[in-house]
Design a protein around this ligand. Structure first.
Ligand code: ZN
Length: 223
């Protein structure tokens, strides 16, 4: 039977109205929002929610970059659940570019990448977004994504708001390397540094909305 001693939430909370791409919520009485018989109770509410699809901890589907690619509802559930390996890029020097050789070295330190793994990339720069040193975060190259897909990784996540960094030649290099091979990826994975081991069991589950390219999701790690 599946056993674990600890659950770690890898999800950023979403705070309505906060951030440069805010999610907004509008509260109303239930009967104002839906066609509904008035209820004799002082507090019976619903919300209207408005957001762009890339907010907080969110997953991006192939449809984000490929018109024929899988949308959010078409990602097989098997790709969203399984063993995850945490690849620690946080000890790389400032202004690092991460190619295949660098990714292979980081993977070796985590005990290797196995076929069917989810790969989480921990840069350690997520808390430094407002600081000048953020400009010196690791820049992933497409070949580092090729390394992961050739090793059999089924899903990738990063603690940053993007895989490509200041020294990645093309804005979509990593997007295309992954989504072009039907590998979704997750941005703004939280709390990777709180995991006590490099290999955990993960559920990363977005709501399967048809026709969407991306959406926030809840990611939970079991140790
Ligand atoms: Zn995004």
């Amino acid at each position: 039977m599946f056993s674990y001693s600890r659950i770690v939430d890898l999800t950023l909370p979403l705070i309505p109205g906060v951030g440069n791409r805010p999610l907004t919520i509008e509260r109303g009485r239930t009967e104002e929002i839906t066609v509904h018989v008035p209820v004799d109770h002082p507090w019976y509410i619903m919300h209207r929610v408005a957001t762009i699809s890339h907010i907080g901890t969110h997953i991006e589907a192939p449809y984000h970059c490929f018109p024929e690619g899988r949308d959010l509802a078409s990602i097989p559930i098997e790709q969203l659940i399984g063993e995850a390996v945490v690849l620690d890029l946080s000890t790389l020097p400032p202004d690092s570019t991460v190619g295949a050789a660098e990714m292979a070295a980081v993977a070796a330190r985590a005990g290797g990448v196995r076929r069917g793994d989810i790969a989480f990339l921990l840069t350690g720069y997520a808390d430094r977004r407002a600081m000048p040193e953020y400009e010196h975060r690791p820049s992933l190259l497409a070949e580092s994504m090729d390394y992961l897909t050739e090793a059999g990784v089924k899903l990738v996540g990063t603690d940053l708001s993007g895989l490509e960094g200041p020294l990645t030649p093309g804005h979509l290099d990593c997007h295309l390397a992954l989504l072009g091979r039907d590998i979704p990826f997750i941005e703004n994975v939280a709390n990777l540094g709180a995991l006590s081991r490099p290999r955990v069991f993960v559920c990363a589950l977005p709501i399967p909305v048809q026709g969407l390219d991306a959406f926030p999701l809840r990611i939970v790690a079991f140790e």
